[in-house]
Design a protein around this ligand. Structure first.
Ligand code: TXA
Ligand code: MG
Length: 340
């Protein structure tokens, strides 16, 4: 299949809106990561997303809307706390899960009774959804299991020849996917993101963070979100996270680097500005200043994509506070929860 590349002009977006209306697949930028979009009300179009990504069919998709009022057709009803959340954070990097209405196809929700809805703030995404005239079902536009795409070149690497079109909207602002919160029962964060638990608490009062955001769940039946059981963000290398103070972690990392390279392994370090000099000539990617967590978040997926040429990746960690929780959630998943 020829994949057409469009600039985010009015004409380009109109053409992509037509492709979506006609059942095709378009990758588009959002403020978090690129999405792979299809008509969210068309079962057949939605199924082709799973095929293009190689995504397990039991992993549900998010429906993207352009106006808050579009949510009312997708959920069975809108309780007050959900309305308050939408008023506070739509448009923006928050996905809300609530009971679905009958118009939402089962392919979107993987048979669940709930549906995830998000209203992106990215202007190109907003224009595309408006132009398509339907909610757009979209997972991240990576091949399943690969790091999410935060720039046009990542989408091209994973999706060229497989989908109808890509809109080149440059780099995404946040670089990690949206916060996912379930509003069925006690509000529960299923995936941390730029909207932090504290920000949600300011609107909702008590909010629970699912323990499986930061630990492996061995019992599939107990998992609150199907996405938690699938391997995520995996570089082709084995990745290991190192805990302790920055200096303690750096010493352990340097020791393991030397041991593993001595065994003939190709090893890479994900370091931070504060520790990079400590590693000397050892091969590393400087992820940025430990004090600037949003910069670290933005650098994570691009760095994980560069890990493919290595056998082992040794990663520094940061405190799980504020947006640090989102960073550590993605890092620990990339490491398959391996840590020292
Ligand atoms: O920032 C984002 O959210 C990006 C952009 C493109 O909007 N999208 C994204 O989609 O990250 P995806 O499919 O890669 O991740 C959606 C996550 C998955 O882990 C999925 O299992 C979970 O949300 N999810 C979706 N619907 C759900 C539901 N009804 N119940 C529980 N989890 C759900
Ligand atoms: Mg994804």
């Amino acid at each position: 299949m020829e994949t057409k590349i469009f600039d985010p002009t009015a004409k380009g977006i109109r053409a992509c809106g037509e492709i979506i209306k006609n059942g095709g697949l378009v990758a588009f930028p959002t403020e978090t990561v690129y999405g792979l979009g299809a008509n969210g009300l068309d079962e057949c179009a939605v199924s082709s997303i799973f095929k293009a990504k190689g995504r397990p069919s039991d992993n549900p998709l998010i429906l993207h809307i352009a106006k808050k009022s579009d949510a009312s057709a997708l959920w069975s009803d809108i309780p007050n706390n959900v309305r308050h959340l939408m008023d506070a954070f739509f448009p923006g990097p928050l996905t809300i899960i609530y009971n679905k209405s009958s118009i939402v196809p089962n392919a979107v929700t993987a048979g669940l009774k709930t549906v995830a809805v998000r209203m992106p703030s990215n202007k190109i995404a907003e224009a595309l959804i408006k132009s398509a005239g339907v909610p757009i079902a979209a997972p991240s536009a990576n091949k399943s299991g690969r790091p999410s795409p935060t720039g046009f070149s990542h989408v091209k690497d994973d999706m060229i020849g497989v989908i109808d079109a890509i809109i080149d909207g440059g780099d995404c602002d946040f670089g990690l996917e949206s916060t996912v919160v379930s509003m069925v029962g006690t509000p529960t964060v299923l995936r941390p993101g730029a909207i932090t638990p504290t920000m949600l608490e300011q609107v909702l009062g008590d909010v629970v963070v699912s323990p499986y955001c930061m630990s492996k769940c061995e019992n599939e039946g107990a998992m609150p979100s199907p996405g938690m059981k699938h391997r995520h963000y995996a570089p082709r290398a084995d990745a290991i996270a190192f805990f302790g103070t920055p200096y303690e972690a750096a010493e352990k990392i340097a020791f393991n680097y030397d041991k593993l390279t001595g065994e003939g392994k190709r090893v890479l370090i994900l370091s931070t500005r504060q520790t990079s000099a400590f590693y000397g000539e050892r091969e590393k990617i400087d992820m940025g200043d430990r004090g600037n967590i949003s910069a670290l978040c933005k650098n994570l997926f691009p760095a994980l994509r560069k890990c493919d040429d290595f056998d082992v990746v040794l990663c520094e960690t940061i405190p799980e506070t504020g947006m640090g929780l989102a960073y550590m959630n993605r890092l620990m998943r990339a490491c398959g929860f391996n840590c020292l």
